[in-house]
Design a protein around this ligand. Structure first.
Ligand SMILES: NC(=O)c1ccc[n+]([C@@H]2O[C@H](COP(=O)([O-])OP(=O)(O)OC[C@H]3O[C@@H](n4cnc5c(N)ncnc54)[C@H](OP(=O)(O)O)[C@@H]3O)[C@@H](O)[C@H]2O)c1
Length: 332
């Protein structure tokens, strides 16, 4: 891959900052970096020991870059992505705006990089979907998948930077015995568990839960029955998921462990006797999806239980977006 000129829309946000970090860590050949946000406001970001001034996206001439990572809002993606792609820019969009558009590939490179074709606009899935499909894909390929039931335990960073401040402030207030007025969420998140991560929608499932269903089906190109309960927990970074699946054909637990061990983006952390189970703190700042608690269901011979954890800001967002560009090395 030749050196590419890169823009990040939302460069001051949690995901934008992680994209800068991941590009550095993976030595992606970047010739020039243009950080964008609503306004420059005299702000700057750091990239490879350089301080670079943030620019207003409204003034952006998209001919200046080859690749743009969009990590702002759905509204910003809807408005600016067509302008960028019309200028020949390859856009990887982290927002949910284009994910279910049949014309736009929704990509997790380990699973469906070939869906990109010659598309200039590529959507990156929701964080909770990415880690689940990375863990399930090798099992799906070998044994087929009939059914997925998933309960998530999602970190507040999935909501953005402001939610991390809320968790800190509410927790400190509670430790001091001061009253808490909920702000980011409708109930306090400090020392609490909220059985919803999004607005309620069809059949009383939330938007986040429908994302897990619809995005998984699009990525696997298969109408698998996926039902989710998405839960917010007082964790800064790292989403956890308790996943139950039913396969088409029989498996043994030894085979599943071996299959997951051989998957390049998965790390098996499964020694419960030694207290070794995947946790959000272990997953933090890693690009791997941690999988543990691998168990056969006691009542369903084709039933398998897994506990899946990943850093929602890295593999769930930034790393997946950068891997999409790496998979297009022939294009650049
Ligand atoms: N957090 C996660 O785990 C995660 C995972 C997957 C996907 N995502 C998605 O990634 C996107 C960014 O999330 P985040 O957590 O990084 O949010 P965040 O921390 O709140 O940051 C948002 C960034 O977008 C910029 N921005 C917002 N509205 C804009 C607009 N209209 N025009 C230009 N820039 C705008 C902000 O700049 P200003 O300061 O100038 O407003 C800021 O740089 C969202 O679409 C989110 O759904 C997040």
């Amino acid at each position: 891959m030749r050196e590419i000129r890169v823009a990040i829309l939302g460069a001051t946000g949690l995901v934008g900052q992680k994209i800068l970090e991941v590009l550095q860590d993976r030595n992606t050949p970047v010739a020039n970096m243009v950080p964008l946000a609503t306004e420059g406001q005299g702000r700057s970001i750091r990239f490879r020991d350089q301080s670079i001034a943030v620019e207003s996206v409204e003034d952006m001439n998209w001919n200046r870059v080859d690749v743009a990572f969009f990590a702002a809002s759905s509204e910003a993606s809807a408005f600016h992505a067509p302008r960028a792609t019309a200028a020949g820019v390859t856009v990887v969009d982290k927002s949910s705006h284009f994910r279910m558009d049949p014309e736009v590939p929704l990509v997790v490179p380990e699973v469906n990089a070939d869906a990109i074709g010659d598309s200039k606009l590529i959507a990156s899935p929701n964080c909770s979907t990415i880690q689940m499909v990375v863990a399930l894909n090798p099992i799906r390929v070998h044994y087929g998948l009939k059914r997925v039931l998933v309960s998530t335990y999602q970190a507040v960073s999935g909501t953005g930077r402001e939610a991390m401040t809320t968790l800190r402030q509410e927790s400190l207030a509670m430790l001091d015995g001061r009253p808490v007025t909920p702000s980011t969420y409708s109930q306090p998140i400090g020392f609490n568990v909220l059985a919803y991560c999004d607005k309620f929608g069809d059949l009383d499932f939330t938007g986040e839960e429908w994302k897990l269903t619809r995005e998984t089906r699009k990525i696997f190109s298969q109408a698998i029955a996926v039902s989710a309960t998405a839960v917010r927990v007082p964790v800064y970074v790292g989403h956890a998921e308790s996943v139950y699946i039913e396969t088409e054909t029989p498996f043994t637990i030894a085979e599943i462990r071996e299959l997951l061990r051989r998957s390049p983006s998965v790390k098996v952390v499964d020694d419960p006797g030694q207290g070794m189970v995947p946790t959000p703190l272990q997953a933090q700042d890693q690009d791997l999806v941690l999988v543990g608690r691998i168990r056969q269901d006691p009542f369903e011979p084709h039933g398998l239980h897994l506990f899946v954890v990943a850093d929602n800001l890295r593999k769930g967002a930034a790393t997946n977006a950068v891997q999409i560009i790496e998979s297009l090395s022939d294009r650049f």
